[in-house]
Design a protein around this ligand. Structure first.
Ligand code: UDP
Length: 365
């Protein structure tokens, strides 16, 4: 069968890197890059490092408001759907590319498959939550990272069939973390010692687009008692510049600002950090897998199991709460596999094949 996969931003390249190879061994995949993330260090490096095939189609749509970006993607996708005539459209996660892909497909009468379906923060002020909820309700096949996600979909009476396959980012993390752990030299190249620095990442609109919140984020980083390595997302970099806070952070000797890093470098720095400070969804899971305490700079999370396990603490932008989380000893004992065993991509493709066979049988009947 022919599947049109739509990706557009950093975490989607990582998720697609897990699934695309398996899908292409058995089916035809047309990979479309919307252009949402186009900088080399947010896009090209992930294709190169993770072995993701070059996209067959590119839209080069970036920038503008969420509304304008989604609208431009919708308009561009309509003729491509007609031309490629896919059996289904595959989308990942919760971005504008996800919603545009799902909506354009549904409007063209093409079934939608959503990977990472059912995640909820229950915070409708997050643009990502709108994208997730709408895409789930457009989808025929809902591939879930966890039982919680499947329960969320059942509670909302989502009409597609939900299958818990595990998390595809876990597939990639489990593949890369052993080599990352073995490389103890990279932290030193950034002037920090393994086990005694914090790795920061932040780019959510709620944290960086509101100047007062951005200042609180900067204050929290300044209050940390250990060196902080902070690969800065372009959105965050732009907001820091606009507010003049970039100079303040750059002047702090215990903070090292870098460009966004490749997956290999970021994973290595994560594995050797004392803890991560993040508002990213993916990083919360990766920290858990690496056995690194996660301090989440949000009041809520979709990855609730990491919080329940004791490895993730939600502090929003409260510096005192972050300091307390950093002081707390990490939980003792084994970390159970919360999001699967690293074989989620294989299960995704099996679930797609089973869905295809079921739909064909229904049509025949
Ligand atoms: N990541 C990376 N380089 C960086 C920062 C993050 O490779 O400088 C990876 C990280 O390991 C994770 C993913 O990017 O796999 C998270 O992406 P992001 O924070 O943009 O999105 P979210 O997970 O919040 O949707």
């Amino acid at each position: 069968m022919r599947i049109l996969t739509i990706v557009g931003n950093r975490p989607q390249f990582i998720k697609a890197a897990a699934v695309s190879g398996v899908l292409r061994r058995r089916h035809e995949e047309v990979l479309l890059h919307t252009g949402q993330h186009h900088d080399d260090n947010l896009s090209r490096i992930f294709f190169a490092q993770l072995g993701l095939a070059e996209p067959e189609r590119r839209l080069e749509i970036a920038g503008g408001s969420n509304t304008s970006q989604t609208a431009r993607m919708l308009a561009a996708l309509e003729p491509i759907l007609a031309e490629t005539d896919p059996r289904a459209v595959l989308v990942y996660g919760d971005t504008n590319s996800t919603l545009a892909g799902g909506l354009a497909a549904a409007q063209a009468g093409v079934p939608v498959i959503h990977v990472e379906a059912g995640m909820r923060s229950f915070d409708r002020s997050m643009p990502e939550e709108t994208n997730r909820v709408l895409t789930d309700h457009l989808s025929s096949l809902l591939l879930c990272s966890s039982q919680t996600a499947a329960q969320n979909l059942a509670a909302e009476s989502a009409h597609g069939s939900a299958v818990v396959v595990g998390d595809v980012m876990v597939d990639v993390a489990l593949r890369w973390q052993p080599a990352a752990r073995a490389d103890r030299s990279l932290p030193e190249r950034y002037g920090v010692q393994p086990g005694s620095y914090l790795l920061a990442s932040a780019h959510r609109a709620g944290n960086v687009d509101v100047p007062q919140r951005l200042e609180e984020l900067v204050e929290l980083i300044e209050a940390m008692p250990l060196p902080v390595l902070f690969p800065v997302h372009p959105r965050t970099r732009a907001r820091l510049r606009e507010t003049g806070l970039d100079d303040r952070l750059a002047a702090d000797p215990h903070v090292t600002l870098t460009e966004p890093l490749g997956y290999a470098e970021f994973t290595t720095l994560l594995c050797h950090s004392r803890a991560v400070l993040t508002d990213s969804g993916g990083v919360q899971k990766e920290a858990y897998l690496a056995g690194v305490p996660c301090i989440t700079l949000r009041p809520n999370t979709e990855w609730v199991e990491t919080v329940r396990s004791g490895w993730n603490t939600l502090v929003d932008l409260d510096a005192q709460a972050a300091l307390a989380a950093l002081d707390a000893a990490p939980p003792a004992g084994e970390r159970p596999p919360l999001y699967g065993d690293g074989k989620a991509a294989e299960r995704c493709v099996e679930a797609i094949e089973a869905w295809d066979a079921r739909s064909a049988a229904t049509v025949a009947a």
